[in-house]
Ligand binder design. Structure first.
Ligand code: ATP
Ligand code: MG
Length: 186
């Protein structure tokens, strides 16, 4: 698969709708401290089904929503939409007929705790479906292709079992484990 576009609305510091086109040859994003480079990477993880708030430098998922500044009020929801091309036709069977997938995740602030709604081309999907979609493509929220600041030292200091998990992600077999686990539960 190939990521074409990313659209952020109310996500962390990206309060106004912001579109990113990801063109071949993109090698880096530069900008001053605090301009949102890490937030952008976190939006990628988030839309691919990240469940760990810690990996998104947050205490809870509501922290994904723009929290306001002295000039602007906080927002009540956040949404990230990722457009991907199914150029290799290697997606899970339920998605593989689609040439272009628009995957979105939206979170709305609620008193009883906020929940995410995922959609693929406008149709609601389970978090699991989205996670497996990317797990099979050897990418996803925990992909070793996305390296957080400070993650290298975490890797060096990791216990062997955790290090193995990262190697399994890199090998692209995490989706298989998840499916086996689901099958065993049935
Ligand atoms: P550095 O070069 O230091 O790594 P960066 O470009 O990676 O910087 P980010 O960490 O992406 O910067 O952006 C940090 C900014 O995002 C901070 O100003 C922080 O206040 C803001 N921010 C994070 N979460 C939210 C939120 N929920 N609402 C509003 N602003 C937020
Ligand atoms: Mg950063």
């Amino acid at each position: 698969m190939k990521i074409d576009k990313l659209r952020l609305v109310g996500f962390k510091s990206f309060v106004e709708p912001t579109d990113f086109e990801i063109r071949p040859g993109l090698t880096g994003i530069v900008g001053p401290n605090g301009c949102g480079k890490s937030n952008l990477l976190e939006s990628l993880r988030w839309v691919m089904g990240a469940t760990s708030a810690k990996a998104l430098r947050s205490s809870g998922m509501e922290d994904m929503i723009f929290s306001g500044t002295s000039q602007r009020p906080a927002r009540q929801w956040a949404e990230v939409t990722m457009t991907v091309q199914n150029d290799r036709k290697d997606l899970p069977v339920e998605f593989n007929d689609l040439d272009l997938l628009e995957i979105s995740r939206r979170i709305v602030k609620k008193e009883e705790g906020s929940q995410s709604i995922y959609k693929v081309n406008g149709k609601e999907a389970r978090a699991r479906d989205i996670q497996l979609l990317f797990a099979d493509a050897s990418t996803g929220a925990n992909s070793p292709a996305l390296v957080r600041q400070g993650q290298i030292s975490e890797l060096i200091n990791a216990k062997p079992a955790n290090r193995r998990k990262l190697l399994e992600e890199a090998a692209g077999i995490t989706g298989l484990y998840t499916r086996r686990h689901e099958a065993e539960l049935r």
